[in-house]
Design a protein around this ligand. Structure first.
Ligand SMILES: Nc1ncnc2c1ncn2[C@@H]1O[C@H](COP(=O)(O)OP(=O)(O)O)[C@@H](O)[C@H]1O
Ligand SMILES: [Mg+2]
Length: 239
């Protein structure tokens, strides 16, 4: 309880996704690093983008680090939210960077792990110089494609977590797989999945852990709509 109060003094980062904020009792404890995991098409990218856009709308600058495709393509690839405004990109409230661009800045390195650590330092610079409040990395699984080492990946995640905490910035890092060592490093873990019910394939969301707050651990149904991510309880009857 005391630990919870201490974290609450640090404040909350209200995601702006109403259902998620109410599951979390007001939002993500500020400066936490939250891992969002789940299979392909479960809505991870959409959720993370809404987190950035809602923040930017209220003046909390955000950065999208995209690792698989150009961030512009990522934005264009999902149906635009009604509330999205290009102005957010033009005035720098929403900033986009591709992992490859960060890798180019690191210079010669002796290992892929060192490259990863240096890329995180580049993110740290952008965050602290720009006074950013929200960061999304989509995804950590392909941040350093050649790494192929879970322990090194967890170490890079730890470095990201420390950097964001120091900069008072809240992070969502997407991971394509459930990895025990990554889960242990993250302050929060959110699992998104598919759930079949009477022939329909529903998308679900479940907060597995979130340091610094009590929260519901129930499974909720999510709807990806042009008004944003809508979250409703998964009624147990007739599953
Ligand atoms: N705002 C939206 N309205 C309706 N459908 C959407 C919206 N955003 C995304 N989708 C659909 O949901 C699918 C999966 O979303 P995405 O966030 O890309 O999943 P993931 O990142 O987990 O692979 C997209 O391919 C798209 O068809
Ligand atoms: Mg995605």
């Amino acid at each position: 309880m005391q630990a919870m109060e201490r974290k609450e003094e640090r404040g909350r980062c209200a995601t702006g996704i109403e259902g998620l904020d109410s599951i979390l009792g007001g939002g993500i404890p500020a400066s936490n690093l939250v891992l969002v995991t789940g299979g392909c098409g479960t809505g991870k990218t959409t959720l993370a983008l809404e987190f950035l856009i809602r923040g930017a709308q209220k003046g909390e600058k955000g950065l999208l680090v995209s690792t698989v495709e150009a961030p512009e393509k990522m934005l264009a690839g999902i149906p635009r939210f009604d509330f999205f405004d290009d102005k957010l990109l033009q005035d720098g409230r929403l900033q986009l960077v591709e992992a490859g661009q960060l890798a180019e800045k690191t210079g010669p390195v002796s290992s892929e792990k060192e490259r990863g650590i240096k890329m995180v330092e580049e993110i740290e610079k952008i965050v602290s110089f720009g006074g950013l409040k929200r960061v999304v990395i989509d995804s950590i699984s392909s941040f350093i494609p050649e790494l192929g080492d879970e322990a090194a990946e967890a170490e890079i995640l730890k470095k990201i977590s420390r950097a964001l905490y120091a900069a008072k910035c809240t992070g969502i890092v997407i991971s394509d797989r459930m990895d025990a060592s990554e889960n242990a490093v993250a302050d929060g873990v959110v699992v998104m999945s598919n759930h079949e019910r009477r022939g329909d394939l529903l998308r679900t969301i479940q907060v597995i852990k979130m340091k610094g707050t009590s929260h519901s651990r129930s499974k909720y149904v999510i709807d990806l709509t042009s008004c944003g991510v809508l979250i409703t309880p998964l009624l147990k009857g007739g599953i």
